[in-house]
Structures are given as C-alpha cells and as structure tokens.
Write a protein that binds this ligand. Structure first.
Ligand code: ZN
Length: 67
C-alpha cells in the first residue's frame, strides 16, 4: 500500500529523475510557495508561483522545479 508521502520514482520532461549526488531514484515530493519577502524585494516574476520539490530519499538532496 502506498501513500502520497512515500518516496517513489518520478519522471520530468520524459526523463527519470535521478539524484545528482548519490544517483538514487526515489524521491519524496513537496509543494512550496515562492512568495517570500526577499524574492518580492528583488522583483522576481515568479515570486508567487508554486515550486515542486523532489527530496532524495537517500541523501536528502532537494531538487526544485518551477511549474
Ligand atoms: Zn541523493
């Protein structure tokens, strides 16, 4: 039985996601809002967008995708 918090394989742009640090292929996912004061200050256009984080199950490396 699997839940949404369970690490699993993901593909982005048709490629299997692989950790650049340890080459692990299973990631936890998390959604993060990008509207922090610092980003608003610098006038970054995507300040209010949502990012998807993929967190390596093995080493904890976090990948960010702005979608
Ligand atoms: Zn890793």
């Amino acid at each position: 039985m699997s839940t949404s918090n369970e690490p699993r394989e993901h593909s982005v742009q048709g490629k299997m996601l692989e950790c650049p640090i340890c080459n692990h292929k299973r990631f936890y996912t998390r959604r993060t809002l990008m509207n922090t004061p610092a980003m608003t200050f610098f006038g970054i256009e995507w300040a209010n967008k949502e990012a998807t984080n993929y967190i390596c199950e093995h080493c904890g490396y976090v990948m960010w995708f702005m979608t």
